[in-house]
Design a protein around this ligand. Structure first.
Ligand SMILES: *[C@@H]1O[C@H](CO)[C@@H](O)[C@H](O)[C@H]1NC(C)=O
Ligand SMILES: *[C@@H]1O[C@H](CO)[C@@H](O)[C@H](O)[C@H]1NC(C)=O
Ligand SMILES: *[C@@H]1O[C@H](CO)[C@@H](O)[C@H](O)[C@H]1NC(C)=O
Ligand SMILES: *[C@@H]1O[C@H](CO)[C@@H](O)[C@H](O)[C@H]1NC(C)=O
Ligand SMILES: *[C@@H]1O[C@H](CO)[C@@H](O)[C@H](O)[C@H]1NC(C)=O
Ligand SMILES: *[C@@H]1O[C@H](CO)[C@@H](O)[C@H](O)[C@H]1NC(C)=O
Length: 564
């Protein structure tokens, strides 16, 4: 009976001793202060879904503003700052067409935790999840209204989210020494370097970093796995709904894009150097707002800027060969790896085609010319025409595309944009990985979605589409309510997904033991004989050979040998 008061008393003395190393502000939990090797940082507090206090440090600068002479340059690390840095609110996102705040000065990150070290003693060491946001390399960001920590922070992990440069500002690549490319990805590396240097001050374990990315962020994750720049900076990886191992061509430059960007903003479409010099003088917002002009067929292609294989000018190169080539050779960071897709991914885009008579006529009459644009493969070659013919036969049995085969067009969007690349990634990684590889399909259909059927006033989801699993990992206050007692089904999936991810971040295994939340499921590893995956739906069930007939056709059309 006496023990509890004594422990409380001892704890109070311990805390008092610990606090004396810190500025007085730290004691007011409203304004937590952390002292990093680069200076003091003051945050604010938020609440988790279950009511725990989140210490939120939002808008921490991790690189010098990439403006003026630093535009189109790799990120430059920051110096130590004097005084207390104010990290109490979201900073603007990187330039993109949106009504949300944006600024070219956008290289900021957020750190969220529920337990800070007491004083300058390393007495808290939590694993990290570093989330790389989606948005096609040209949109979105890490503001807490898009990536709220309220669900993840009921798990004992640290969450880091961040902005990286987008569009032309992040991915200009002329293939020459002024602009070899990949700056948006080098920003991501700079975040990982900042974490290595500073995260212990927040109670983070710099030896347990899980990179988790969605869509363009997932392409990024697979690229970090083969990048010499990222080696040693992370220890586990989650690649959600996309991969750098799809059929989308990855070249040595995006010169064609640079030329088009130049034209859209009135710059001369001359040689690489002239384009570079002129684009450097254009207001960032003008570059960003010309995004819609890059569309070529309807609003396709979805993916515009991509990573490039950097030519060698003596610079630090992010990507030195095609990711598929490097995975095939086993030249990648071998770590616990989790990847997967949602059931329907981009299937909803089939509606835009079927419901638009211009597009529908065009795709039917000019299939070989049109198909490589939305489905993103090599264009205008004999091989391309062969591939187009084969896809038409496989998905539509050479019949006209119309309402009757809408679901087939949906599958084609899902497989081409997301599914095949992910499936190839899980096979390539598991064949040479020395750590476990896990594969999933997210098939849980809740009431909320990123796409609803037309005419249903946002009450009937199209399916389980791209981004729908993010609804249960992050509080996306821009679009959805905070799930609580009114949403028991959603809360159930929040608990499942955040537990799987946190387990993976802690143990490299999403189901390390029997768990009631996870309904005792044991997520078996993927290998190329059984091809097991976890179906995450209303039940959690192990299954085999995800969409095997569909992905086999893509394997046949894009044989690995061509990357050897
Ligand atoms: C920190 O920044 C926020 C918003 O950016 C502002 O409201 C607040 O007053 C600032 N705090 C201090 C101490 O400067
Ligand atoms: C149909 O697509 C064409 C070509 O992209 C576009 O110009 C037109 O506005 C679209 N029509 C509708 C009704 O969305
Ligand atoms: C295209 O397909 C034809 C018939 O299947 C084949 O003979 C030819 O080699 C293919 N060409 C290319 C470039 O793949
Ligand atoms: C299948 O995986 C094993 C390792 O589990 C690997 O040795 C083998 O090369 C893989 N086969 C193929 C075709 O990738
Ligand atoms: C759509 O739903 C909103 C909110 O539930 C409601 O206010 C509105 O009246 C609905 N509109 C139609 C056309 O049903
Ligand atoms: C989970 O496993 C425990 C212990 O083995 C068992 O008591 C429980 O009934 C199981 N629950 C379910 C839902 O299978």
């Amino acid at each position: 009976m006496l023990i509890q008061p004594i422990l409380t008393f001892l704890a109070a003395i311990g805390l008092a001793l610990a606090y004396q190393h810190l500025p007085p502000d730290f004691k007011t939990t409203q304004n937590p202060i952390v002292i990093t090797p680069l200076g003091s940082i003051q945050g604010s507090t938020l609440r988790t879904r279950l009511g725990k206090t989140i210490y939120a440090f939002r808008g921490i600068r991790y690189a010098q503003p990439p403006v003026g002479e630093l535009r189109f340059q790799p990120p430059v690390p920051i110096e130590k700052h004097e005084g207390v840095y104010n990290a109490t609110d979201d900073k603007p996102m990187c330039p993109q067409p949106t009504t949300d705040p944006t600024s070219e000065d956008c290289l900021y990150l957020n750190v969220y935790t529920t337990k800070l070290p007491s004083g300058n003693i390393n007495n808290v060491k939590r694993p990290l999840i570093v989330h790389i946001h989606p948005g096609g390399f040209y949109s979105a960001g890490s503001a807490s209204y898009w990536g709220g920590p309220q669900y993840f922070m009921d798990q004992d992990i640290i969450l880091v989210t961040f902005n990286y440069r987008l569009g032309t500002l992040g991915f200009l690549s002329t293939g020459e020494k002024e602009a070899p490319g990949n700056n948006g990805l080098k920003d991501q590396v700079q975040v990982l370097r900042w974490i290595k240097q500073n995260i212990e001050a927040f109670g983070g374990d710099s030896g347990s970093v899980t990179i988790q990315g969605y869509s363009a962020g997932s392409i990024s994750v697979t690229c970090h796995m083969v990048s010499p720049m990222s080696r040693g900076l992370f220890h586990k990886a989650i690649a959600m709904s996309a991969s750098g191992t799809s059929q989308s061509p990855i070249g040595h430059n995006l010169l064609d894009f640079a030329r088009r960007q130049a034209k859209f903003v009135g710059c001369p479409e001359g040689n690489a150097k002239e384009i570079y010099n002129c684009l450097k003088t254009i207001p960032a917002a003008d570059l960003a707002n010309s995004l819609p002009k890059f569309a070529e067929w309807g609003t396709d292609p979805i993916l515009l800027w991509t990573p490039v294989i950097e030519n060698d000018f003596g610079q630090e190169r992010f990507l030195t060969a095609h990711p598929i080539t490097l995975f095939m050779k086993g030249e990648f960071t071998k770590i616990p790896f989790m990847t997967g897709v949602t059931t329907d991914e981009f299937a909803f885009r089939s509606l835009y085609v079927i419901e638009n008579s211009t597009l529908l006529k065009d795709i039917n009459e000019n299939w070989e010319k049109v198909a490589p644009i939305p489905f993103q493969y090599e264009r205008n070659t004999e091989k391309s025409k062969n591939i187009s013919r084969a896809l038409r036969k496989f998905y539509f049995n050479d019949k006209p595309i119309d309402q009757s085969n809408l679901n087939k067009l949906g599958e084609l969007y899902a497989d081409s944009m997301i599914g095949f690349g992910n499936n190839r990634a899980v096979k390539l990684v598991s064949a040479k990985n020395t750590a476990p590889t896990y594969y999933y399909k997210f098939s849980y259909q809740g009431d909320y979605s990123h796409n609803y059927l037309p005419g249903t006033n946002n009450t009937k989801p199209y399916g389980v589409v791209h981004h729908d699993d993010l609804i249960y990992l992050f509080y996306i206050s821009k679009l959805f309510p905070l799930f609580g007692v009114d949403s028991p089904k959603e809360v159930g999936m929040v608990e499942i997904l955040t537990t799987l991810h946190a387990n993976f971040a802690k143990y490299g295994n999403p189901t390390p033991g029997h768990s009631k939340v996870l309904r005792n499921v044991s997520w078996e590893q993927f290998n190329n004989r059984t091809e097991k995956y976890l179906d995450i739906g209303t039940k959690l069930v192990m299954r085999e050979k995800l969409f095997d007939d569909r992905y086999s056709e893509w394997e046949r059309l894009f044989p690995l040998e061509q990357y050897a």
